[in-house]
Design a protein around this ligand. Structure first.
Ligand SMILES: NC(=O)c1ccc[n+]([C@@H]2O[C@H](COP(=O)([O-])OP(=O)(O)OC[C@H]3O[C@@H](n4cnc5c(N)ncnc54)[C@H](O)[C@@H]3O)[C@@H](O)[C@H]2O)c1
Length: 346
């Protein structure tokens, strides 16, 4: 049995709570939240030990691992507290608000030979897994463009980071995985319309070293939830709906003639499953040494790095190119983490 503690019982933490309390091979031992109501409810429902301080919990309980689901600004403090006591950690995405903090977490896990997984849950979405598998198998041919749309209403509870760090990191993570290439340059426009601290709408363009284009349209201002990614190549296009876990293939009927002709479209079979459950199972498998870490600290840092570069690009109204991106990645030039972008209000 892997003995796990959960830090944070908010909107996301409650999903971890539900799944961890019923996960094979896992004993959910204790939970922690500064909300007494949340802790009392978890104790009553799941018979776990409850705490208001993660330090108290980590000192008192005998544990193997911790899941960190407090707001992003506390990820590093909570993560370090757990790693410092020799526990494996699954930290919610984004790994941290700044690259330096994220690096500290990654380095600590590395030095202590502990698993650090980052909760980029879309990677465990069965439709995304199938998309990644088919793209890697060459099904769309040479990739021309990846277009991600992640739009929806404003979640009032997210106050510490803007929509680029909170949401675009999901798509940057999947896009980077699919592209298999570094970003050559990027440019973004953001606006702050409703959010009191940060940007809430992003339109971004990335050019990868393979000449593939990445297009990101992400916001908290759309009155319906859209989560979609299309991968377009010379052989056709795959369209993934993250919400419904549907994947559709559109073939280019005439690739030999170097034309683009509408070919057959096909809804591909997907075995639906809850991505967060698959993420937690993968975390436990990595702890037991049964499988590699699927989304590790470095993947979390890569997504955060690109998101911060987009924030900088928008704030400074300029293209950010490879040499600067490399310097940021090496820690020689720091993108200003979580800094508010364009401050125009509606
Ligand atoms: N993977 C995903 O798709 C996904 C979705 C939503 C949120 N998240 C991530 O999960 C994290 C939490 O987001 P949320 O939406 O659940 O936020 P939330 O505000 O609903 O929940 C945060 C919880 O942390 C508790 N908390 C805050 N500070 C604390 C402290 N110092 N000690 C103990 N408890 C503390 C709060 O009381 C609250 O219950 C964020 O990092 C967010 O990015 C990920």
């Amino acid at each position: 049995m892997t003995r796990v503690a959960l830090i944070g019982l908010g909107a996301m933490g409650r999903n971890h709570l539900r799944l961890l309390s019923d996960l094979e091979g896992v004993e959910l031992v204790a939970v922690c939240d500064q909300s007494q109501v949340a802790v009392a409810s978890a104790i009553a429902k799941h018979g776990v030990a409850g705490y208001s301080s993660w330090d108290d919990m980590l000192d008192k309980e005998k544990l193997d691992a911790a899941v960190v689901a407090v707001p992003t600004r506390f990820h590093v403090a909570a993560g370090l507290a757990a790693l410092g006591r020799g526990l494996h950690v699954l930290v919610e995405k984004p790994i941290a608000p700044t690259l330096d903090e994220g690096r500290h977490l990654v380095q600590t896990a590395h030095d202590r030979h502990l698993v650090l997984a980052v909760g980029h849950v879309e990677r465990f979405n069965p439709a995304v897994r199938e998309l990644v598998r088919r793209v890697a198998a060459g099904e769309v041919g040479r990739i021309f463009q990846i277009h991600a749309r992640r739009q929806g209403p404003f979640p009032a509870r997210i106050r510490d980071v803007g929509v680029v760090i909170d949401l675009a990191t999901h798509d940057l993570d999947v896009m980077y995985k699919l592209a298999g290439s570094e970003v050559e340059r990027l440019y973004a426009e953001t606006e702050q319309r409703i959010h009191t601290e940060h940007e809430d709408i992003l339109n971004a363009l990335l050019k990868f070293q393979t000449e593939m284009l990445g297009v990101l349209q992400v916001n908290w201002l759309t009155p319906t939830k859209i989560r979609e990614m299309s991968v377009l190549g010379d052989k056709g296009m795959l369209v993934c709906n993250f919400l419904t876990q549907e994947l559709t293939s559109f073939k280019n009927a005439d690739i030999k003639a170097e034309a683009v002709i509408e070919g057959e479209s096909l809804a591909l079979p997907i075995t639906k499953a809850e991505p967060l459950k698959l993420e937690l199972e993968a975390f436990v498998a990595a702890i037991r040494g049964e499988a590699p870490i699927e989304v590790d600290g470095e993947a979390g840092l890569r997504a955060l790095h690109l998101a911060l570069a987009l924030v900088t690009s928008a704030a400074e109204a300029r293209v950010i190119a490879r040499p600067e991106l490399e310097a940021q990645w090496r820690g020689e030039s720091q993108p200003p983490g979580g800094r508010p972008a364009t401050r125009t209000r509606r």
